[in-house]
Design a protein around this ligand. Structure first.
Ligand code: HH2
Length: 292
């Protein structure tokens, strides 16, 4: 875990020579045969746990280097806080691109697949043209009507995340997420996006009560039937505070527990801020499993 093998380096070199490898990229990553770690880089002033820390381009590039050195398999770069906990400040297109432009080439140059965390089709298209290879859409193709077409045109893999404008404690969250995924998959099919390019994510903390976020991790296997890789992003999220009162920076223990159980329940990719401790936790969990 986290250690480079000749095979994985060859694989990354191969990725570099194929900037838009579509389904092959995802298949190649998943073929590593272990859960993948997606490291989070927020180039934002207002992200819920690290807003402002990496807005400066030099700090952002240094953080990307750190995430890569710590063993991230994918770098997820976002320049607009998706604000799982409200107070959304919409970032204009030009501003989002202006935050990304000084850092994206250097981040892509690290040689890991780069995913662009954006709700805007225009930002996704621009980042894919610049060499990003995956799009992470926290509205699962259901917010920007051009997103599915951009993905189809670029042959890029996409993370389809469940979201809701507001949480409703009365709903069956598993059924709601399932219906959302079905809508997203229909949109994807209509645009000509191959199913093998899609990753599903229940969107921990997005339009959910803390209890519903816990349910989504506990019941992750409910979505295995789609036959698609599942991603979970529980890192530092507020549902951890609902179990043990804590500030975002104090939620590493809860994040590790959530991600280990998510992997146990079928997650193929986990999205984290703290790559090194996560890589270590996954490696130890895998060693214990092998010792059975
Ligand atoms: N969570 C956040 C942002 N993007 N993307 C996916 N696919 N899944 C997630 O769970 C997810 C996501 C929120 O975390 P962060 O990026 O740290 O915060 P912010 O959106 O405030 O920048």
């Amino acid at each position: 875990m986290g250690q480079e093998t000749a095979a994985s380096l060859d694989f990354r070199n191969d990725l570099l020579s194929h900037p838009a490898p579509g389904a092959g990229l995802l298949r190649g990553l998943l073929a590593k045969g272990r859960p993948l770690v997606m490291g989070v880089l927020n180039v934002t002033p207002d992200s819920f746990s690290d807003g402002g820390r990496f807005l400066d381009p030099a700090a952002a590039i240094a953080q990307a280097q750190r995430l890569a050195a710590e063993g991230a398999d994918i770098l997820d770069v976002g320049a607009e806080s998706s604000r799982p906990y409200g107070n959304a400040v919409a970032v204009p297109l030009d501003e989002e691109r202006a935050r990304l432009a000084p850092i994206l080439p250097a981040v892509i140059g690290l040689g890991l697949p780069v995913s662009i965390d954006t709700m805007k089709a225009a930002v996704a298209a621009w980042a894919l043209d610049a060499g990003a290879t995956i799009v992470n859409d926290v509205w699962g193709l259901q917010r920007d009507p051009d997103m599915a077409h951009v993905l189809a045109a670029h042959d890029a893999p996409v993370v389809v995340m469940h979201n809701r404008d507001t949480a409703d404690p009365r709903i069956d969250i598993v059924a709601d997420v399932t219906a959302f995924f079905e809508r997203s998959l229909a949109i994807a099919a209509g645009a000509g996006i191959a199913r093998e390019r899609i990753v599903l994510d229940p969107g921990i903390g997005f339009g959910k009560t803390p209890e519903q976020s816990l349910t989504c991790i506990a019941r992750l296997d409910a979505w295995r039937g789609f036959g698609l890789p599942l991603l979970v992003g529980a890192s530092r999220k507020r549902f951890i505070h609902s179990v043990v009162a804590s500030e975002p920076a104090e939620r590493l223990g809860g994040s590790l527990a959530a991600h280990l159980l998510a992997v146990e329940n079928g997650a193929a990719i986990i999205r984290v801020h703290d790559v090194a401790p996560t890589v270590q936790a996954l490696a130890v969990a895998a060693a214990i499993r092998r010792a059975r």
